[in-house]
Design a protein around this ligand. Sequence first.
Ligand code: USQ
Length: 388
Amino acid sequence: MKVVILGADGYLGWSLALRLAKRGHEVIGVDNLYTRNAVREVGSDSAFPLPDPEERIVAARKLLDVNITFHRVDVKDFDKLHEIIQTHKPDAIVHFAEQRSAPYSMIDVNHANYTFINNLTSTINLIYSIIKVDPSIHILKMGTMGEYGTPNYDILESPFVEVEINGKKDKIPFPKWASSWYHWSKVYDSYNLLWANKVWNLTITDIMQGPVYGTRTEEIIDEKLRTRFDFDEVWGTVVNRYCVEAVLGLPLTPYGKGGQTRGFISLEDSMQALTILLEHPPNQGEYRVVNQIHEVYSVSQIAEMVKEVSESMGLRVTIQNVKNPRVEKEEHYYKVETRILPSLGFSPKKNMKEEIKNIIEDLIPYKNRLESFKHVILPKTDWRRGRT
Ligand code: USQ
């Protein structure tokens, strides 16, 4: 297959570029390096120093014997995106080129607007490029489990649900209730894709993925091949953040009561799932929703797990719940249907406990580098007051 990855410089994008190239697919990466700059904007950086994209590609060629093409392009530029798709005529396009941080979107009006403009424009540009070049190209779009929020009913794996109002039945898009501007941008993206599917019969997989954790994939066999790893209060996600906190001897930070429950997946299993979805596209003209999670835990349970694993590795760790900067339920029901990936052969290889040990092992050599970012760990971005 020929696959264009929009957002190929990111945590998932680079890992997927390596995975697909290693499996013999032709990979064309596109990225404007926005995340690198936006992480520096909040005073942080990736835990692992990142080579430039061009250097990464040379390393991938040398160490994995794969050829990845890279274009430094902003997907908001329709003409450039269209030209790339016209030139390469891919079988599938993976869309990761979005602002992916909930806290970043809640900093202030500019960051809220940036999130909407970037995320919605990139998806609309992708839709129109595909219509012009070849409407049969499969779009694999990264959405988020956070589109659904934490409803008091099961989250089904279906674009639609049947409702009955005043005795009359109809199908409506599955209800969504996001909890940041970022998560809302993904909801609107999903509706836009559903609409594009209806109008132009586009072939789409909309992935609802939970927070991803981990440092390793089968292809990351050398420091030069590492993918970025964020841990600060704006860009880091909960498991990865706790591991950095443990390495630095800082208390682990469940927000509020800590009963916030999510569906998690390791980086390695996310790669397996994405590859399966690309290699098993939906029927032509189908809009497919896939819930991409493996294990369900609360953020307090994860803190206990990180503490236990860290202590078994000789680290001293405490847990200190901090005031929740977000507006979210801290105790709630959470049940997610996951039917499609197992039916296509997905079989998770990692569990969180084992992976936490690997993350900590990988971070320890970078402890000195991490020490200089201690000040970006505690939450400063408050949903109601913005960044203080
Ligand atoms: N949390 C803590 N302590 C921390 C950090 C986070 O308790 O130190 C809590 C948050 O309050 C939240 C939960 O952990 O309840 C998840 O937060 P997160 O920062 O790990 O993840 P989130 O902001 O939801 O976003 C991340 C990715 C996003 C993806 C999403 C999947 O950044 O791109 O879409 O996970 S999901 O959470 O299912 O919406």
